[in-house]
Structures are given as C-alpha cells and as structure tokens.
Write a protein that binds this ligand. Structure first.
Ligand code: DIG
Ligand code: MN
Ligand code: MN
Length: 437
C-alpha cells in the first residue's frame, strides 16, 4: 500500500524530556489515571471532515492545504482513496476512533438513491479498514446543512419535502453508523434555527424537530441500533439563532418533548464560548443532568467572534475539562473527538500530526493535573465546607425539601439575622490551581 505520510513513523510515547516533535510527551496510552488507562479515559477520535476534507479555504481565500493524494474531484474513486489516507493517518497517530458525516466520506448525487449507492460503496471500504486496523467509529452523523436544499433548515424547514429528504438521509446515516459499529449518533443542527422571526413559525419548527427526533429514535429501535443519540449545541453560525443554542436550551427541549433518556449532549468547546459560556460550565451543567455524552475537543479564539475550531493546547482548559470528566468517571460510550482543523497557514500534511499530537498531549497533561487536584482533596474539601450549613439544622431541612416559608419565617424571626457569610477565596483557589499546572 502506497504510504501517504512516508516521513511520519508510528507516533510513540517518549516522555516529557523528548525533543522529538513527532512523539507524545504526555499521552501514554496505557498510563493509569484514576484507575483507567489514558486510552480508555480519552477514547480519542479524529474528525473526518476537518482532517481529510479540509482544504484551507475560507470566505476570503482559496484552498491552501497540500493534500497530494487528493485529485480535488468529488468522485467515488477519490473518496475511496481518502479512506486509505485516513486509516494510515489514524493508525500512525494511534487514535482509537474517528467520526464522520455521510457526505464527508461519499459524494452527493442528483438523486437520493444514487447518493445512498455512493455511500454504500465507501462504507464497505470503511468496514474493511476498521477490521484491518482496529480503528473504530465513535459516532456517525448526517450533513443536513451544506446542500442548498437545506437553506431553510432540515427537520425545521418550511418545506415538507426537505423534512422528508432529511429523514431519509438520517435513516441511512443511522443504518451505516450501526453497520460500522458506531457507539453514538450525533445531531448538529447547523440550519435548525431561524435567521428572521418575521417569516418563521417558531412553534411549528420546534414541534417538527421533536417529531424528527422521535422518528429517528423509533427507527434506531426498529433496526436494533443501541448507540447513544447526542445533540451537539451551537448558538449560531451559520444560522442566526440555532435551536440547540447551549446545554440548557437542549435539556429544556429534551425535557419538554419526552426525549429524556433518549438523547444526551455532545459538547464542543468553541460552541460553548460562542454561547457566552465557559466550556467547564457547559460540561458541568450537562454532567449534573446526566446528559454529558461526548465532547468535541477544540478551542476558539476569544479575540475572534466565530467558530475557529482550533486544536486545544491550553492546559488550563484541558485541566478544567478533565476535572468534570474525571468526576463523571469518563465519557464511554462517548469520547474525545478533535473537531478541530489546522490553521490555513499550516498547509503541510505533517501539520495534521503536530496538531493531533499537541491536542492529545494537552489532554493527558490536563488529566494528570486534574487527578492530582482531586487526589489532594483541598479543592473538593473547600467546596464541601462552603455548603456545610445545608448538612444540618435548618439547612438540612431546606436541602431535603422538609422546610416551608412559614417555618423559615418563624426561624428567622426568632434568630433575627442570618449567620455571617464566609469568603469565597477565589484568588486563593486560583493560586492553588496554579500550584498544580
Ligand atoms: C459543524 O461545524 C460540525 C461540527 O461542529 C459537528 O461536530 C459536526 C456534526 O454535524 N459538524
Ligand atoms: Mn463539533
Ligand atoms: Mn465548531
């Protein structure tokens, strides 16, 4: 088999003192973190769309990325060749998983029947390569946002035929995800939202989205697909207002439409910051609602107002992420998908390796730091003490739902004034975290 990355060896763990750019300094697959190997804790995944379909083009400029194997056409032959490239990359990198949209791996066609036939051809090869290499599918999804038919949305389109096409496309995407042993299925609703409320029937669009989700779940049950369904929130871009704005909006939609237990969340760092949240907020919000399913590991740029989908190299960010994920005990059946792209200026194929190695090492460091913070117990103990007033007396009655306003009024009329507050010690906590980073 022709090598597409001839100058890149299998990436090995060489430790923090290594000066080898094409080696892991901190990601050691078998190293234990809180009782599980790093490999099992992270379940790293490569995003097919950015890594094997990225061109470097942007709204102001032409493609820049050198991909000598790609003939630039949307032929099935070219798609089949990309599969070889993808699996060589993932095998050399040591990523256990990948994720893809249906239209990343196989081209559109003038009819749905032809598009499905294209997909079947490439899925057959993906299946062979998974068997040959052991690389697995973390999640599949359908691209319901690129084709012009989706300009008014997919499941929320005002055109019933577009809803029908989207349903057929997701039916097929769920079936191929199942066939490839995918452990999850993602819905990213880039066009499920509105640009202008004057021409939008918001109630009808949200009702259709709920019906779509139930139909998807019913079909999954009908074919025996037991993968975890995931919503991926994003507040805007391309749509002005995306209905799955953030974790809270998604959980509201899930709760109000009888989808509890049917769907969890795939949270992406850059989408969190676009929604005005820290990623840690979205992760913790989802975790406490038992809805943290998987993550798209990337970062944005706070000086830029769009979804830059950069590789995560910030150790503070990965430490915050891993504090939440370790509290949950990991993400399985979800994982850590690098929904991230190299910069337009990083145009050599080897830059794909540098980007993923950096992200994997940053997560490994974040996990080790978070595990050390949790092991020493100083921070968890501080939080426990801060809420101790709810562990006894009137606080315990409140906490367990046994208090009433009348009783609390009687209590406070007798007491006269609330007990003094204690300091939140934010600066002390930030100093403490810095001792571990
Ligand atoms: C859209 O940008 C991308 C990602 O954000 C998401 O993970 C994927 C799933 O549709 N599409
Ligand atoms: Mn994403
Ligand atoms: Mn994104």
């Amino acid at each position: 088999m022709a090598e597409f990355f001839p100058d890149v060896p299998k990436i090995q763990f060489e430790g923090p003192k290594s000066k080898n750019d094409l080696a892991f300094k901190h990601y050691n697959p078998e190293e234990q973190v809180e009782g599980q190997s790093m490999k099992d804790l992270f379940r790293f995944s490569v995003a097919y769309w950015h890594t094997f379909r990225g061109t470097g083009s942007d709204p102001f400029g032409a493609p820049t990325l050198k991909r000598p194997w790609d003939d630039g056409t949307d032929s099935v032959e070219n798609a089949l060749k990309r599969v070889d490239v993808a699996f060589e990359f993932m095998t050399k990198l040591g990523a256990e998983f990948y994720c893809f949209h249906d239209r990343d791996v196989a081209p559109e066609a003038p009819t749905l029947k032809q598009a499905n036939a294209n997909l079947d051809k490439v899925v057959a090869k993906l299946k062979d390569k998974q068997k040959e290499t052991g690389v697995k599918l973390l999640w599949g999804t359908a691209n319901l946002f690129s084709h012009p038919r989706y300009l008014h949305g997919a499941a929320t389109s005002c055109n019933a035929d577009v809803f029908a096409y989207a349903a057929a496309q997701v039916k097929k995407a769920i079936e191929v995800t199942y066939e490839l042993g995918g452990e999850n299925y993602v819905f990213w609703g880039g066009r499920e939202g509105y640009t202008n409320l004057f021409n939008t029937d918001l109630n009808r669009e949200l009702a259709h989205l709920a019906k779509f989700m139930h139909m998807a779940h019913d079909h999954a049950k009908a074919i025996g697909f037991k993968g975890q369904f995931l919503f991926e929130p994003k507040p805007k871009e391309p749509t002005k207002h995306q209905y799955d704005f953030d974790a809270a909006a998604c959980l509201n939609f899930i709760g109000r439409n009888g989808l509890d237990g049917v769907i969890k969340l795939n949270l992406e760092a850059n989408h969190a910051t676009l929604a005005g949240h820290s990623f840690m907020h979205e992760l913790e919000y989802a975790r406490i609602h038992n809805a943290l399913g998987s993550i798209d590991a990337n970062t944005g740029d706070l000086l830029l107002g769009w979804d830059t989908d950069q590789f995560p190299t910030d150790i503070y960010l990965t430490t915050q992420i891993m504090l939440v994920i370790l509290e949950q005990g990991g993400l399985k059946p979800g994982g850590t998908n690098f929904d991230a792209k190299v910069r337009r200026e990083s145009f050599d194929p080897v830059d794909l390796f540098h980007a993923h190695i950096g992200g994997m090492d940053a997560f490994a460091r974040g996990a080790k730091i978070a595990a050390a913070i949790r092991k020493d117990g100083i921070l968890p103990e501080f939080v426990k003490t801060r809420y101790a007033s709810y562990d006894s007396g009137i606080g315990q009655k409140i906490d367990t739902g046994k208090a009433s306003f009348a009783e609390l009024e009687k209590y406070m009329l007798e007491k006269g004034e609330a007990a003094p507050n204690t300091s939140g010690r934010q600066e002390w906590i930030e100093n403490l975290i810095n001792q571990y980073v």
